[in-house]
Design a protein. Structure first.
Length: 644
């Protein structure tokens, strides 16, 4: 079944309507699973939140009715944990400080170009995943408290030797008024650690040596009385801090308690190490029988038909009911509880309206949903056999099983994705081989035959054929380059940028174009790919300037002079600018897409190759307008080795 929880709903708030929708569109494009909605005012957004569930908010700061900080404060009043990202063009320290004080999740400054939206999308997903992880941890802690509150043994949890939690059994054992009466006390004031055993096992746990121990100890009640008891201590994380859980129990119960703790720890380790769903189910039924005492139980998982199919069961259950049935959507207790998602104990199934067989030997059942994956069912021939302690302990086991099933699903998706990428890479390599061999050979034959034909005939058709063959050659070169520039770069070297620029200039047909180099920087780059990037930018500037010049001449105007290309420094990188006709602002979002070209004889792959090479280096490329109205390509995030 699909997981609704994997999707992310985002509310994009910006007083500029087109920009609010643009942010929403780019978030959906850059991150699978995001469903974004654009709204143009904070007031409307607050109304929207009253009626819709939202996983994350992305908001501008400068808005006419309520600014971004006031909006953030209003959101925090509604939901203190909702991820809120301030996405604004203002980058002042004052604003950042106010945003942090108001509880902003993340603060991102707007930049030019589309790369910023990929960064924003990742920040959104990270913020939502962290919020969900915290909510899961909080829920797990609440469940843990429910278990501990129901436990008959006294339980104390301490952080840095100070008690931060005490269950009702501990309150009774130590003679306290309530749990708060025990909190903030020093643990070793309650549990005696003799001086001669200062480095003993319990003391070792308290000092965070990461051991789990069980020893006999004297405990001291608040009334000053001493009680002999068995004390079990082990480490845990509590509210994000390293702590110690100390369990005080009667000696005659110690062995059984220790066995269950060890068994639960081992079952959790096995669950998280399982690689397939059926293995998780098998570990789960054994853990339910051995640890919680649910001897007759089975795990049903949702199959491809959407039915709850039995995949693991104990021998006790098979002896009780024989063949384990599957459950389809409809009238059954199992399906009803699975859809509700709430653990449920049925005192007598024969009295339930949804029972399938009123003559069943089963009298009471405990249903423990495993999220969207399925359900664990424990049965008994006794009426009202399951206690609240069984329900709480079963919920913990079910939560661990659900987490293990989710991990298996993620691993399967990753393996599928890896296989898909491997297949794509194989096809791409096959394509490159066909292009480089099977297409070049007949193309070279055609070029050779045309050269011979030129010597015998003078015909305008020959020139057209020559031009077409040249374009085919350029297309093949660019397609091969595209196929081989998408990989990330593993190794780089220190490159003198000015030297690389001049070397590339020598191999490009630049005509009457001029080059100005205004950089002494050395950068870390792959020399071959850097040369490809620079050569493509030079060709792009020269060809587009020549096209513009020709169009002016055809219209009867005076032709423009050769273009001047300038290489200069920018913070964290470099820029390539020209004084040519530039690129229309409306086209700047699409120039890096394959097939884009304004030149009639262009291949449309040049700037796509530039973008891929920059991405492979980890650089960000931004297209703007130069001071003279031409095109300006800025590359940032570059590893600058030195200025000389």
């Amino acid at each position: 079944m699909d997981h609704v929880a994997s999707g992310i709903t985002v509310l994009c708030v910006d007083d500029e309507p087109s920009f609010a929708d643009l942010i929403a569109t780019h978030l959906e494009r850059n991150e699978e699973g995001i469903d974004a909605t654009g709204i143009t005012s904070a007031a409307d957004a607050l109304s929207y939140l009253d009626e819709h569930e939202v996983d994350c908010i992305v908001s501008d700061y400068h808005m006419p009715d309520i600014d971004g900080i006031a909006f953030l404060e209003a959101v925090r009043a509604k939901d203190p944990n909702l991820p809120f990202l301030l996405f604004t063009s203002e980058g002042s320290e004052s604003l950042a400080s106010k945003a942090i004080a108001a509880g902003v999740t993340d603060y991102i400054q707007k930049t030019r170009g589309t790369q910023q939206y990929a960064v924003l999308a990742r920040r959104v997903r990270n913020a939502v995943e962290q919020a969900r992880a915290k909510a899961t941890a909080d829920d797990a802690q609440k469940q843990t408290k429910r278990i501990l509150n129901a436990a008959s043994d006294a339980v104390l949890i301490s952080v840095t030797d100070t008690v931060v939690y005490a269950n009702p059994a501990a309150v009774e054992l130590f003679g306290a008024a309530d749990s708060a009466d025990l909190c903030d006390r020093v643990l070793t004031d309650l549990i005696e650690v003799p001086a001669e055993s200062g480095t003993g096992p319990v003391h070792a746990v308290i000092k965070e040596e990461r051991t789990a121990v069980q020893v006999g100890r004297t405990i001291r009640t608040l009334a000053g009385n001493s009680v002999q008891a068995s004390v079990t201590a082990c480490n845990l994380t509590w509210n994000g801090a390293d702590g110690t859980v100390t369990i005080v129990s009667n000696r005659n119960e110690t062995d059984e308690r220790e066995r269950r703790l060890e068994a639960l720890h081992e079952a959790t380790r096995q669950l998280m190490g399982a690689e397939v769903r059926n293995k998780v189910a098998g570990i789960g039924v054994n853990a339910a029988a051995e640890i919680i005492g649910l001897d007759a139980n089975a795990v049903h998982l949702v199959n491809e038909d959407g039915h709850l199919e039995p995949v693991a069961a104990t021998a006790s259950l098979r002896k009780l009911v024989g063949d384990i049935p599957a459950f389809e959507p409809g009238d059954s207790i199992a399906w009803r509880v699975y859809e509700s998602g709430e653990a449920t104990a049925i005192p007598d199934v024969r009295l339930d309206d949804d029972v399938q067989n009123r003559e069943t030997p089963i009298r009471s059942e405990l249903y423990l949903p495993l999220g969207d994956y399925g359900i664990l069912i424990a049965a008994s021939a006794t009426v009202d056999a399951f206690t609240e302690t069984d329900v709480v302990a079963g919920r913990v086991l079910a939560a661990n099983m659900e987490a293990a099933l989710a991990a298996v699903e993620r691993d399967e998706q990753l393996r599928d994705r890896e296989r898909e990428l491997s297949t794509q890479n194989d096809r791409l390599e096959q394509f490159a081989t066909v292009v480089s061999h099977d297409l070049r050979n007949p193309l070279n034959v055609a070029i050779g035959r045309l050269e011979a034909l030129k010597q015998r005939h003078d015909d305008d058709s020959i020139a057209a054929i020559d031009q077409a063959l040249d374009r085919m050659q350029a297309l093949i070169d660019d397609l091969l380059l595209l196929a081989r520039t998408g990989d990330s770069i593993a190794e780089t070297e220190t490159v003198a940028l000015a030297t690389a620029v001049r070397d590339c200039w020598e191999v490009v047909e630049t005509g009457d174009a001029a080059l100005v180099v205004e950089t002494d920087r050395k950068i870390r780059a792959d020399m071959t790919r850097l040369q490809q990037l620079l050569e493509n930018l030079f060709r792009n500037a020269v060809e587009h300037s020549a096209t513009d010049s020709q169009s002016r001449t055809d219209d009867g105007e005076h032709g423009v002079s050769g273009v001047t290309i300038t290489i200069s420094d920018v913070p964290g990188g470099f820029a390539v600018s020209d004084d040519g006709p530039g690129i229309p602002e409306a086209d700047r979002e699409t120039v890096f897409e394959s097939g884009y070209s304004t030149a009639g004889d262009g291949t449309g792959f040049g700037l796509s190759i530039v973008s891929q090479i920059a991405t492979a280096h980890g650089w960000t490329v931004t297209l703007t307008e130069s001071d003279s109205g031409g095109a300006r390509f800025e590359f940032t995030g570059v590893d600058v080795a030195s200025e000389k």
